[in-house]
Design a protein around this ligand. Structure first.
Ligand SMILES: [Zn+2]
Length: 874
């Protein structure tokens, strides 16, 4: 039987919002029980509450709601009223220290429960109450995924950053860690996974009840469970049993052995680097369907994105390396984030930056062939620089007044800039001091919380990193480093590095940095000079008098964090010869520097296109080939003025097609060419080739799998191929899997048809049954570049929807939304729509304004680059 409830949601009116009887000593009631969790409330609770535990019972046998009961034990000091957070569906009778409270003894406003100080004891208290929380495909803390293959339901939680209180009454802030005991009742044929080890498992007429052992202290956002008819695989790695949970319909495809082994080996490596045993007892993981993140680091129960972990077609090397990097990232979090947690989400970077940086260190040590630092560069630097050089950038540490804004702190600054500046820090202080500092930090704050200042203090072993912290952590934006080279005959006369901010934002002075400067010579006797930048201009004294190099590069090894602007001599040489540079990692960075010259509107995109056309046919590195193809397509289709772009289109199609069918090249390189070809194919002959590929189910002996077939179908719809609707219908019949249905939905957004666009746009904002993952996946097809005239009218409504999205969608949806609607536009008209919209909304929160400025930076550059290219025309 479900727990009986006194549902008081209907009673929640203004009468319950009156201030509490006893005035709290520090703050007004409004700020304490207003929406979200204010920093003020969090500070007050952190100062007065301790030794918290939740004894949580949940019954998830009903389809749309979890019926629960929680017992919260805690120690309390001071004379303040108590605020408990709860935004679930309804709340039952509240019991305090063994006595049921009557309705006039506390307040509940739908977000918080306020108990007056006079009702509470000094010291230990126990609060208990039944409640109901929602289960839904989207917009709830318990996500329900329906598997159409075998008609079964799977549930999993996702509480980060502040949705634990949507599931159960709690003190929902990262620095009130608690021990959690969970008991979960499910349908009889289900299994379940949670943070704690399974203690018992009983079947009764209500269903099956799983009881999990009490956890070590956890932040509320890290509490997790999953329930459903999961298939499981258990294996032991270095003496540690690890169980993988996966949907039954996908179990056969999951590479259980290698996934379990990667998790186990990463745990072992981290234990040794950190000098601390794995801190949470058991370790299992789940492959979560339609998961909105890449992974989530719940202690003892890591969730990974099923779609990125089970490949639907032969995986490329970059995909495999990316999957391993995600595993190392979540495993590193068990120490950085879970064992030691940020005090508040203003320090989100601390856990995310470290997890990504440690993942690269682990990959470098465990898989030398992965070329981990090249991967780290390609996956982090271009993205970090892209946002950090925009007007919407933020500091790495981001002030946060309320947890309900915490979603805004997620993005490339914490995921890509933060690990990059940690790489610089490691190089600056040296690897031994860095590691010793990290170990000290983790030991001192185990099962507790800390701030970035604690980390720098531990690494600096007392002090000396203050300037580094204020420039890299507190200051928004990034430096540009200009190489200035003067020759004296065939020798270097003078070489200087000149630093300036990429944008005029707050802060002043140079970013203190240590870099490795490369002087490259035709005979291979390259010189690498360590250079310390402490001022705006750094004279590289050691270079003067050396023979003139072929080229100079101021960030060899990728230790620095800066946009390097090459000098003219280096640019000229590299445009001709970059493909001949043997070192893959270096070659990747040099291409990056050439590309940055284009994005800064210094180099004509046509020159970059020519350089790629020369080098790409010989490029064997699959990651570099992928990055080059992406830039080539961007330059050719968006950066060139329309007339030039149209004239070049046949050459672009020809280059990509020849790479796709070249059977002497590796699968990965061919696949990258084919994917890009599908993305740009527009000519009648390209259309015919795509249709023929679908019919033959292969491209030059490269078999087509479902994802590629669907990409072709989507492209045919985008460009209005005559038979496209019939082809879509046929493909939908051919692939009836749940992924096939998702991809059919994506393809459905593609046609050049205003009625289709109107219907999709309405569904994005009003259809509560639409899975976020489906919506996200379809934004690219909705906003295809060729259709920008048709989709431009949606730009303003898309911007108008931002506050609603921020409130109702998960962390990464807003960025994908902006990326979709802005990414499809390249015109001045689109840019001025954004500028007018920003000017017309002075009330917009600073966080949303930043996100818009970050996302519109590429549009602004595109317009600028096109204008400059137009001016250069003879
Ligand atoms: Zn993370």
């Amino acid at each position: 039987m479900p727990t009986p409830l006194l549902v008081i949601a209907a009673l929640l009116g203004s009468a319950l919002l009156t201030p509490p009887a006893g005035p709290p000593a520090l703050v007004t009631a409004d700020s304490l029980i207003g929406p979200g969790v204010s920093h003020e409330l969090a500070r007050l609770r952190a100062a007065t509450l301790s030794d918290i535990s939740y004894d949580l019972r949940l019954d998830v046998t009903a389809r749309d709601s979890a019926v629960g009961h929680v017992r919260i034990a805690f120690t309390r000091t001071g004379s303040h009223d108590l605020v408990v957070d709860f935004r679930g569906r309804s709340l039952g009778t509240v019991r305090l220290n063994g006595r049921d409270l009557s309705a006039n003894e506390f307040q509940y406003n739908g977000a918080h429960l306020l108990l007056p100080a006079r009702a509470l004891r000094d010291g230990r208290n126990e609060l208990a109450m039944p409640f109901v929380a929602a289960i839904a495909p989207a917009g709830a803390s318990v996500i329900r995924y329906h598997d159409t293959t075998d008609d079964s339901d799977y549930l999993y939680t996702l509480l980060v950053p502040a949705d634990a209180n949507q599931l159960f009454p709690s003190f929902d802030q990262p620095d009130l860690k608690a021990r959690v005991t969970l008991s979960l009742t499910t349908p009889a044929n289900w299994t379940a996974l949670a943070n704690g080890a399974l203690a018992s498992d009983d079947v009764s007429e209500r269903g099956r009840t799983f009881r999990f052992a009490e956890t070590r202290p956890l932040s509320t956002y890290l509490v997790a469970f999953a329930a459903g008819p999961w298939a499981t695989v258990t294996d032991t790695v270095a003496g540690r049993p690890i169980t993988m949970y996966v949907r039954q319909s996908r179990a056969a495809e999951a590479e259980a052995d290698s996934l379990i082994s990667l998790n186990g080996r990463a745990l072992e490596w981290m234990e040794s680097y950190f000098g601390i045993d794995y801190p949470f007892g058991k370790y299992d993981f789940l492959l979560a369907p339609a998961f909105p993140f890449g992974g989530m680091e719940h202690p003892g129960a890591v969730f990974y994105n099923e779609d990125r972990f089970i490949f639907r077609e032969r995986a490329t090397r970059p995909q495999r390396i990316g999957r391993a990097a995600t595993i190392y990232h979540e495993v590193a979090h068990q120490w950085f984030g879970d064992l030691v947690t940020m005090e508040w989400f203003d320090d989100l970077w601390l856990k995310e930056g470290f997890a990504t940086y440690m993942a690269a260190k682990a990959q470098d040590a465990m898989e030398p062939s992965a070329d981990a630092w090249k991967t780290f560069y390609l996956r982090n630097k271009p993205v970090a620089y892209g946002v950090d050089a925009s007007a919407g950038t933020t500091p790495v540490w981001q002030e946060l007044s309320n947890l309900d804004q915490a979603k805004s702190n997620y993005g490339p600054i914490v995921y890509n800039k933060a690990p990059s500046v940690l790489k610089q820090l490691d190089y600056l202080v040296g690897p031994e001091q860095f590691r010793a500092g990290v170990q000290r930090f983790l030991r001192e704050h185990s099962y507790g919380n800390a701030t970035w200042r604690d980390l720098l203090h531990a690494i600096a072993d007392g002090g000396g990193l203050d300037e580094w912290g204020s420039q890299f952590i507190l200051r928004p934006g990034m430096p540009v480093v200009e190489q200035r080279l003067t020759l004296d005959g065939d020798r270097i006369g003078r070489l200087t590095l000149v630093q300036r901010p990429a944008r005029d934002l707050s802060g002043a002075g140079p970013w203190p940095m240590r870099v490795e400067l490369l002087l490259a010579y035709a005979d291979g006797n390259d010189r690498r000079l360590p250079v310390e930048m402490r001022g705006d201009t750094t004279d590289v004294v050691a270079a003067a008098g050396l023979p003139a190099p072929e080229y100079v590069f101021a960030n060899a090894g990728d230790y620095g964090y800066a946009l390097v602007m090459l000098d003219d001599r280096s640019t000229g040489w590299l445009e001709e010869h970059v493909g001949e540079v043997k070192d893959d990692f270096l070659r990747a960075m040099l291409w990056g520097a050439l590309w940055d010259g284009v994005r800064e509107a210094r180099t004509d995109p046509a020159r970059f296109i020519t350089a790629v056309q020369r080098a790409l046919p010989a490029e064997q590195d699959e990651q570099i080939a992928g990055a080059l193809i992406g830039r080539y397509v961007r330059a050719a289709t968006a950066y060139l003025p329309d007339s030039q772009s149209t004239a070049r289109r046949p050459a672009v199609e020809a280059l990509l097609w020849s790479g796709a069918i070249d059977t002497f090249r590796s699968y990965d390189v061919r696949k990258a060419h084919l994917d890009a070809y599908i993305d740009v194919a527009a000519s009648p002959s390209a259309r015919a080739r795509l249709v023929a590929a679908l019919d033959a189910d292969s491209v030059a002996a490269l078999p087509l799998r479902a994802p590629t077939r669907w990409a072709i179908v989507t492209r045919l719809l985008e460009i209005g191929a005559p038979d496209a609707e019939r082809i879509l219908a046929a493909e939908s019949q051919r692939d009836t899997t749940s992924d096939g249905r998702r991809r059919a939905f994506v393809a459905g957004a593609a046609p050049l048809d205003s009625a289709v666009k109107a219907a999709y746009f309405a569904r994005y904002l009003a259809d509560s049954t639409l899975n976020e993952d489906w919506a996200t996946s379809s934004l690219g097809a909705f906003n295809s570049r060729e259709q920008q005239a048709l989709t431009l009218p949606y730009l303003e409504p898309a911007l108008d929807a931002l506050p609603w999205i921020q409130e109702n969608r998960r962390i990464f949806f807003l960025g994908s939304w902006l990326g979709g609607f802005l990414g499809g536009q390249t015109s001045e008209a689109a840019l001025s729509t954004v500028e007018r919209w920003l000017a017309a909304h002075p009330e917009l929160g600073a966080d949303l304004r930043s996100k818009v400025l970050q996302a519109s930076d590429e549009l602004e550059r595109t317009v600028r680059i096109r204008a400059a290219a137009e001016r250069r025309r003879p």
